[in-house]
Design a protein. Structure first.
Length: 193
């Protein structure tokens, strides 16, 4: 795969490279990659996330499976009291008010039983590292056990806890994602942004 030389490569960190087979293109957002992979024409493309970019043009890439763009991941913060779970829920929402998360996400206050509650953050799986960093940077702390990942979300949906409260978070992005014809007409451009 040949990657074009980039002006200011560090601004591409967190974006994606799509290898179409006969060409490649740099600078897609996660939403754009998901839409491309949903199309019949581009469903078999190889995708790489730009993990780090250096001023000299070197890029550290991480291969991403197409399936990842179809999954949700999550973080679940458990406790045995509703009032504590509510504080966790409010803390996550307040973090988002101060600093927008890296992607859209939903926050739930869930009740499993009279002695099991959770504050849950559910988001597209391709943003797992960024959501974790976002919570760490905000110094989010919880007293009880926690778990995360795709399987944790699957268990959550299978358990069907009662959702006591919910809040939708909207992500901050440096780049606006394109869709439909605008996106498809740009795929042959070597550099997207």
């Amino acid at each position: 795969m040949e990657i074009p030389k980039l002006q200011k490569p560090e601004r591409y960190t967190g974006l994606y490279i799509v290898d179409f087979g006969d060409s490649s293109s740099v600078g897609f957002t996660a939403e754009e990659v998901a839409e491309l992979l949903d199309s019949a024409r581009y469903k078999d493309c190889k995708v790489y996330k730009i993990h780090k970019a250096y001023p000299d043009g070197r890029l550290e890439l991480k291969a991403v499976t197409p399936e990842l763009f179809q999954l949700e991941a999550g973080m679940f913060f458990y406790c045995d009291r509703q009032d504590v779970a509510e504080k966790d829920f409010k803390a996550i929402v307040n973090i988002a008010v101060k600093t927008a998360p890296p992607c859209r996400a939903k926050v739930h206050l869930a009740r499993y039983s009279d002695s099991k509650f959770a504050a849950a953050v559910i988001y597209p799986a391709e943003y797992d590292e960024q959501i974790s960093s976002w919570l760490l940077e905000a110094k989010y702390m919880t007293a009880g056990p926690a778990e995360g990942g795709v399987e944790a979300v699957n268990r959550y949906y299978a358990d069907k806890p009662q959702i006591l409260k919910r809040h939708q978070l909207f992500g901050a992005s440096s780049f606006e994602s394109r869709t439909g014809g605008e996106l498809l007409s740009a795929v042959k451009m070597a550099v997207q942004r």
